[in-house]
Design a protein around this ligand. Structure first.
Ligand code: SAM
Ligand code: DTB
Ligand code: SF4
Length: 334
């Protein structure tokens, strides 16, 4: 009975005020539904908002690798941990564009450029802006993830025409300080607000498998869903354990819990692209199929993410054929 009441409350809210403020209590009830009911509900929401067989394809490039001053416990690029990664400086614009051309030829519609920075230095902004101009000129969507941004830096990127900015909240507010000590959850929300205010679309999600509880995962999704405007893109990463990092020996996530989290993201953020992000090399095809069925509709393509492995074109091509999936086309610019 409790479930039905809560569903009715949710439904009433949707009818009255558009998307409701989500509560952890309500989200937990949804998360804990019998699996078949949860997935049916997620798939129903998915079909009401998207073509269920089209998957958005993004490609990542690390434009500045390693030597990062932040201490994120999961990351290969943090200078705080002996991960053995070779650091390199900011890439030349032409090299980035050559890689973006290859990604476009391989079917990616969005090009995501990541830098291992706490935040960009003003002296780097011209080069980064030139990358945005160049990738846009290829007819691809652009995304960057450069760490914390000020309102002024957000405005420069918006003026350059940047489509998306990725900045993950990564976990719940409660658990955040267990994973990262050099910045706070509130710092993350501030950058998200600066990016949104500048008119850039938001990509924000997190990582599962860092030792957080199910409640932490639910709380993270509720935080994202309750942003003044929910993120257009929600990457859900499965931790890739990096030898030498603080989380090298973290317990793997239960795959069913992972799928439940994807389904909850779909239900709480019906119009967002939910991206099945890092960690796909360790997922079976069947687990990925369940994630798509639960409402994931975006992936990173290509054989590397930023520094870690990704399944690559051959494997993903075969998976798409087996599942009858196809790449989502880019919406014409308005
Ligand atoms: N330095 C920028 C920042 O932290 O915002 C951008 C790059 S950072 C690598 C982007 C995101 O990748 C992180 O927020 C985290 O969610 C994800 N990530 C990093 N390392 C990961 C790992 N080993 N496994 C899964 N996800 C990871
Ligand atoms: C996101 O949520 N996942 C991507 C992207 N945003 C920048 C990064 C995944 C990184 C995986 C580890 C690596 O390649 O170093
Ligand atoms: Fe630096 Fe980003 Fe890695 Fe944190 S996640 S250590 S900020 S590159």
């Amino acid at each position: 009975m409790r479930l039905e009441t809560s569903e009715l409350i949710l439904q009433d809210h949707i009818e009255e005020v558009g998307m409701p403020q989500q509560t952890i209590e309500n989200a937990s009830i949804i998360y804990n539904l019998p699996f078949n009911d949860l997935i049916f509900r997620a798939q129903t929401v998915h079909r009401a908002n998207f073509d269920p067989n089209a998957i958005q394809m993004s490609r990542l490039l690390s434009i500045k690798t390693g030597g990062c001053p932040e201490d994120c416990g999961y990351c290969s690029q943090s200078a705080h941990y002996p991960t053995g990664l070779k650091a390199s400086k900011l890439m030349e614009v032409e090299r980035v564009l050559a890689e973006a051309r290859k990604a476009k030829e391989a079917g990616a519609t969005r090009y995501c450029m990541g830098a291992a920075w706490r935040s960009p230095k003003d002296r780097d902004m011209d080069q980064v802006v030139a990358m945005v101009h160049g990738v846009k000129a290829l007819g691809m969507e652009t995304c960057m993830t450069l760490g914390m941004l000020t309102p002024a830096q957000s405005a420069s990127l918006a003026d350059a025409g940047l489509d998306y900015y990725n900045h993950n909240v990564d976990t719940s507010e409660r658990f955040y300080s267990e994973i990262i000590g050099t910045r706070s959850f509130a710092d993350r929300l501030e950058t998200l607000s600066n990016v949104r205010d500048a008119g850039i679309k938001v990509c924000a999600g997190g990582i599962l498998g860092m030792g957080e509880t199910v409640e932490d995962r639910i709380s993270m999704l509720v935080t994202l869903a309750n942003l003044p405007v929910p993120p257009e893109s929600v990457p859900i990463n499965m931790l890739i354990p990096i030898p030498g990092s603080k989380l090298a020996n973290a317990e793997p996530v239960d795959p069913i819990d992972f799928v439940r989290t994807i389904a909850l993201a779909r239900i709480l953020m019906p119009m967002s692209h939910v991206r099945l992000s890092a960690g796909r090399t360790e997922m079976s095809d069947e687990m990925q199929a369940l994630c798509f069925f639960a409402g994931a509709n975006s992936i990173f393509v290509g054989d590397t993410l930023l520094t870690a492995d990704n399944p690559g074109e051959d494997h993903d091509g075969a998976l798409f054929r087996r599942l009858g999936l196809r790449p989502m086309e880019l919406e014409p610019a308005r």
